[in-house]
Design a protein around this ligand. Sequence first.
Ligand code: GLC
Ligand code: CA
Length: 543
Amino acid sequence: MFKFFTDKPKWYLNAVFYEIFLRSFKDGNGDGIGDLTGLTEKLDYLKELGVDCLWLCPIYPSPLKDNGYDISDFYSIDPVYGTLQEFKDLVKEVQKRGMRLIMDLVVNHTSDEHPWFQEARSNPDSPYRDYYVWSDTDEPYRDARIIFLDTESSNWAYDEEAGKYYWHRFYSSQPDLNYANPAVRSEMLNIIRHWLDLGIDGFRVDAVPYLFEEDGTNCENLPQTHEYLKQIREFVDRNYNDKVLICEANQPPADVVDYLGNGDEFHMAFHFPLMPKIFMGLRTGTRLPIEEAIKNTPAIPEETQWGTFLRNHDELTLEMVTPEEREWMWQEYAPEPRMRLNLGIRRRLAPLFDNNREMIMLANRLLFSLPGTPFLYYGDEIGMGDDVDLPDRNGVRTPMQWEAAEGAGFSTDPQPHTPVITRAPFSPESVNVEQQMQQAGSLWKQMQELIAIRKNEKVFQSNETEFVEHADERVMVFRRSKDKDEMLFVHNLSSDSIQFQVELPVFNDQKFVDLFSKDELRTNGDTLECTLSPFQSLYLKAG
Ligand code: GLC
Ligand code: CA
């Protein structure tokens, strides 16, 4: 096969992604539910923040048992979010601003209210029967773990109508699609074509490790699954240009890296193991957990990239840490049982750090300086809070706080689909977009600056990162370079003020500018000396 390579680096290798839970972003028609026209109104806001690519959580028709990840029609948009025309307008407006848009593609399962499942369960002769995985007993695939531990006791659920069990890796209201059936495999390609033809830039592909089942295995990351995912990639490459496929596989690095194949499977994969280590690093005040996670990250093929993140629409999952680390994380970050969910913590970024600005910024500055392409979660750019009294993960999916007014300017409906945060210090009065965009030194302004720096500096075009060895475990120092550009990153992980000194043989009598404070620093011979305030980051540009 012929393939053209241009010098232009692939856009996703160094971009800033922004995840939007549409239902809670901006209500354009006053019915209390965020929608497409609301989002379109806010595109200038996102442009000003500086993000490159928007990721839309599922907006397909859904009974909402799993907040839209339970889909009852893959080919249309739930009318509460708007019309197809409004979607096309959104795509056009996103493109006009030089931004991009990706959507969630839920490959593993449908809603049990999907017409396919309805027909499958009631008519054994229907071609849809074989769209799902059935069994007369709940015996097969015993070695597959249960993911939604708090709610499910088996991966099999009995269906009275069919008189059989059906297979589901998530909620029992989400029957798994049967990928052993070629009709399912080609149906998913049709779905992909349907949305890419509407001009979107790709997909965040949901829950990919579980597509195929096989007895005697844990039914995750099977070769058949990889083979099919490669077919998806081949289909996308053959028919489209410049699209991105991002893999959600909450798995150890060695298994995740397989989803990048030889550059012939996904373009990107989320880096799940790094995320909790950033939280561990900040709480212990040492660089070791983060450095370990980076050092344990395998090399990846050219033109592929990690997606890194601090928070998203799910719980902060602790599946990728040891049981001891998990216990410790729960004690430190989720002292109350209602803050926990499955193997994770259902809280947002700002409350996790007790609303400590220095810690919030350090976490972001770490994320933006380490290898990978960073993903932000809506609302975290202003330090929104969470509501742990809401069920499931709804507490981290509350209405975006645009203004100080009651209701936060999210909707004209006084009773939005889920309540606005009202508790101090996270109520709209103290946390909102309007104020922070005007206020020098606000979290929003700092995030805007960080995004701009990230996009400006050439060193981020490559993933190469070289840690500088030194004795003080509280401080992380690493170097990144691209062509003639050199940067040195110094992060104080601790709450101490530190008189810091480090030897840098490669930077003899070198002048640096810190891109945040604009302060100049110089190595004396090969020694850099600086004062670090608690949780301070320096982005030092050589020159
Ligand atoms: C993914 C989604 C999560 C959803 C699950 C099942 O992990 O991020 O929100 O519940 O898949 O679709
Ligand atoms: Ca609405």
